[in-house]
Design a protein around this ligand. Structure first.
Ligand SMILES: Nc1ncnc2c1ncn2[C@@H]1O[C@H](COP(=O)(O)OP(=O)(O)OP(=O)(O)O)[C@@H](O)[C@H]1O
Length: 297
């Protein structure tokens, strides 16, 4: 169990903002921090990692106090059992893929004792063929797989993922989400993920924390947080707007949901805030969906 109580005055472009977070994160689950730019998501991760000093609060991870303002306890980043993956992967450029993983251990000796674990992780994220290559010879998706494997190789108590997939194209992103789920199934790490992508959140996370202006305003499963916001429908699906075209007096919005394109008729007021690329919820109230087996047909 992760107990987090943090407060910190942050300096935003609009003046000061007080970040006040008080929550509990379930162990062995993937929890997503969701919120607008500037809400304080990265600051929460950096405080957990010991890279940003809170003004006050308490961090207890699996019973161990990492930070307690009143008792003046503040473990150094290297004393906290964490893996941290950033958007820009931050691999060591002068090291091979394998050396990048080995370097996560405190010493070469300890790395040598964990060769099986390194091999197992590289196999899981399909990196074996690339293990002697340097990062500059790899694609963005391959680099991010190395970063994920490196963050997990020491089996940290907490894995912090700050929009790790946002720089990748959609296909690569979906593949990386699958790798993340496979890694989670195998090792069950406690993960705190920052993501803006609602589809991604539905796919990978068990719990969502919505952060607004430094405060958690909602907490629940992705379905509780996104799918039941004032709309109740018989049928709901999350997708991404591909395009919006006019057809007479109405608009046709094409939405990609999984591998299917759904066309939705909308009027002018529906589309005022919609743009291609937006994550949307398609809801239908009026019809009864039919179900048909696709196995053996
Ligand atoms: N060390 C710091 N001291 C004071 N203020 C900071 C510090 N680091 C960041 N801030 C401010 O805190 C606010 C929140 O920043 P943060 O990066 O945590 O937001 P975010 O939700 O992660 O945003 P984004 O989605 O754009 O990455 C910003 O206005 C930022 O300028």
């Amino acid at each position: 169990m992760l107990e987090i109580q943090l407060n910190k005055t942050l300096m935003s472009a609009q003046g000061t903002m007080t970040l006040e977070v008080d929550t509990v994160i379930e162990p062995g689950k993937i929890t997503t921090l969701f919120g607008e730019s500037g809400a304080g998501k990265t600051s929460v991760l950096r405080m957990l990692a010991g890279l940003l000093k809170p003004d006050g609060g308490n961090i207890v991870v699996h019973g161990k106090v990492w930070y307690n303002a009143a008792q003046k306890i503040a473990l150094q980043p290297q004393q906290r059992s964490i893996g941290y993956v950033f958007q820009d992967y931050a691999l060591f450029p002068n090291m091979t893929v394998r050396q990048n993983l080995e370097f996560a251990f405190a010493s070469k000796k300890i790395a040598r004792q964990h060769q099986t674990q390194i091999d197992q992780l590289m196999e899981l994220v399909a990196l074996q063929a690339l293990q002697h290559r340097k990062p500059h010879t790899l694609s963005g998706g391959q680099c991010q797989r190395v970063a994920l494997a490196r963050a997990l190789v020491t089996q940290p108590d907490l894995l912090l993922l700050d929009e790790p997939l946002s720089a990748l194209d959609q296909t690569m992103r979906q593949r990386l989400q699958d790798y993340l789920l496979q890694l989670h199934q195998k090792f069950s790490p406690t993960i705190l993920l920052v993501s803006h992508d609602v589809g991604e959140i539905f796919k990978v996370s068990h719990q969502v924390l919505v952060l607004e202006h430094g405060r958690i305003t909602q907490k629940g499963t992705p379905r509780q947080v996104f799918a039941q916001q004032q709309i109740s429908g018989k049928f709901q699906v999350v997708g991404k707007v591909l395009d919006i075209v006019t057809e007479g007096v109405v608009y046709i919005v094409s939405v990609l949901a999984g591998n299917e394109v759904i066309k939705v008729v909308a009027d002018a007021s529906d589309i005022t805030q919609l743009n291609p690329g937006d994550e949307v919820l398609v809801v239908s109230k009026a019809f009864n969906p039919l179900i048909k087996s696709i196995v053996g047909s």
